[in-house]
Ligand binder design. Structure first.
Ligand SMILES: Cc1cc2nc3c(=O)[nH]c(=O)nc-3n(C[C@H](O)[C@H](O)[C@H](O)COP(=O)(O)OP(=O)(O)OC[C@H]3O[C@@H](n4cnc5c(N)ncnc54)[C@H](O)[C@@H]3O)c2cc1C
Length: 403
């Protein structure tokens, strides 16, 4: 009996897997995408649902370029809040007091904004709508990758519903515990910081003015990223890093106490803050796959690299992976998944991933430290990065990345 075949099988329908499916489908490849979670059909307000993805993602310019190219940005643009500037605030003591503030403006790089912030659950619902309209893409919600046998010309993939299919390329976009990575025998190196990130949304009386703010104190960064107003009140997505036990204790606080702690931690920069729904707790790690490819297999996004949530590097680095694979496949469609193409993919991505992982790791250690000497170093670093014009501009460009 002959197996159903597709050009590409994608394991994982997170944002990276969905964008990959949209890109390869747009380029004319046949794609099967499987994810064991059921698909949300409407971009409903899931802020009270603790199982929902409560993160938001800041898409930087190169990510937008890929989305523009495949015709996806049009659908996402109405959900997007522009990020016109990044404000860095260094604080001392507890409760935190502001020691230094610096603003990095996108206009300095001749850009209106650094990027655009979108809530993950809404982005995912729009991506699903887009994918379902593409005839070359088969989406299998509620079905997981179960195993694979890679051969020279194709891989045979087994799914959790007992079915099997053949594909010239298997893309592992199935997250930090990637089953494709495991099936391909690829290991990981993981660094733990003893930190957890709280992710949620909050309203505040003062306008955010499309400025994203990172406030440093011991334990890690507290980041606000602009969202559209909620019922006429300014709102932001918050990522708040803490030592693990403190993060768990904060997440368990009654709402009024949580709000008071949050407002203090934010130095009341946006006025008294109110959380507007559930809080998700994410372990903060740096993790890298020891290889990006195996026979007929490529890893992308968190299957390949997990970064602490600082500077909007996670998904943006992931979309660089997708864009690199997409460019290579379009340049040589007949060589899809062949060893030389996969080797080129690994060469193209390894250096950038390593560089970003090292920079974010170092930055997180410096931000996390309560040592007065390290805090002084952090403050000196911030002021010199900001106050020396050419250094400021090159750091901003490096943070944005380019395709
Ligand atoms: C608090 C927080 C805030 C962040 N903010 C930003 C930001 O502002 N900007 C940014 O660029 N990045 C940000 N990131 C990082 C970014 O969210 C991730 O890099 C990105 O979501 C990676 O997505 P992914 O698709 O690899 O993984 P996931 O979103 O985890 O998706 C993996 C998918 O694989 C599926 N899966 C699991 N098992 C199987 C299986 N057996 N078969 C098939 N599928 C399977 C899962 O169901 C899931 O849908 C943030 C991260 C955190 C923790």
């Amino acid at each position: 009996m002959s197996l159903p075949r597709s050009d590409i099988f994608i394991s994982g329908g997170g944002i990276a897997g969905l964008v990959a499916a949209a890109a390869f489908g747009h380029a004319g490849f046949s794609v099967v995408l499987a994810d064991p979670t059921p698909a949300p059909d409407t971009p409903a307000d899931t802020s009270a649902d603790t199982g929902a993805d409560l993160r938001s993602t800041a898409f930087l310019h190169p990510a937008r370029a890929l989305l523009d190219e495949i015709g996806l940005w049009q659908a996402l643009a109405p959900l997007a809040t522009p990020l016109d500037a990044l404000r860095i605030v260094d604080t001392t003591g507890w409760p935190p007091e502001i020691a230094e503030t610096r603003i990095f403006s996108a206009q300095e790089l001749d850009q209106q904004s650094f990027g655009w912030n979108l809530p993950n659950w809404q982005t995912r619902a729009e991506l699903l709508r887009f994918i379902r309209a593409q005839p070359g893409i088969t989406f299998l919600p509620g079905v997981g990758f179960a195993g694979m046998l890679a051969r020279t010309n194709a891989a045979i993939v087994s799914l959790s519903d007992g079915s099997r299919l053949g594909a010239r390329l298997v893309i592992g976009a199935d997250g930090r515990a990637s089953p494709v990575r495991e099936a391909a025998g690829i290991g990981v190196s993981t660094t733990r910081y003893g930190q957890k990130a709280l992710a949620f949304t909050a309203t505040h009386p003062l306008a955010h003015e499309n400025i994203s703010t990172e406030i440093y104190n011991r334990g890690g960064a507290f980041t606000t990223v602009p969202l559209p107003d909620q019922n006429g009140v300014p709102a932001s997505a918050i990522v708040w890093m803490n030592p693990g036990p403190r993060a768990q204790a904060l997440a368990a606080l009654p709402e009024d106490q949580f709000d008071a702690e949050m407002t203090g931690r934010a130095c009341a920069l946006l006025g008294p803050m109110q959380r507007t729904g559930a809080v998700a707790v994410w372990p903060v790690i740096t993790q890298r796959a020891t290889r990006l490819t195996a026979e007929r297999t490529a890893l992308v996004a968190e299957a390949a690299h997990v970064l602490p949530p600082i500077g909007a590097q996670g998904l943006n680095t992931s979309l660089h992976d997708v864009a690199a694979l997409y460019d290579l496949a379009r340049a040589e469609p007949e060589a899809l998944g062949a060893p030389a193409q996969l080797a080129r993919y690994a060469r193209l991505r390894e250096r950038d991933i390593a560089m970003r992982a090292r920079a974010i790791d170092l930055f997180n250690r410096i931000c996390q430290s309560g040592e007065p000497a390290v805090q002084a170093l952090r403050r000196a670093g911030l002021t010199s990065v900001h106050d020396i014009g050419p250094l400021r501009q090159s750091i901003m460009r490096a943070g944005l990345g380019s395709r």
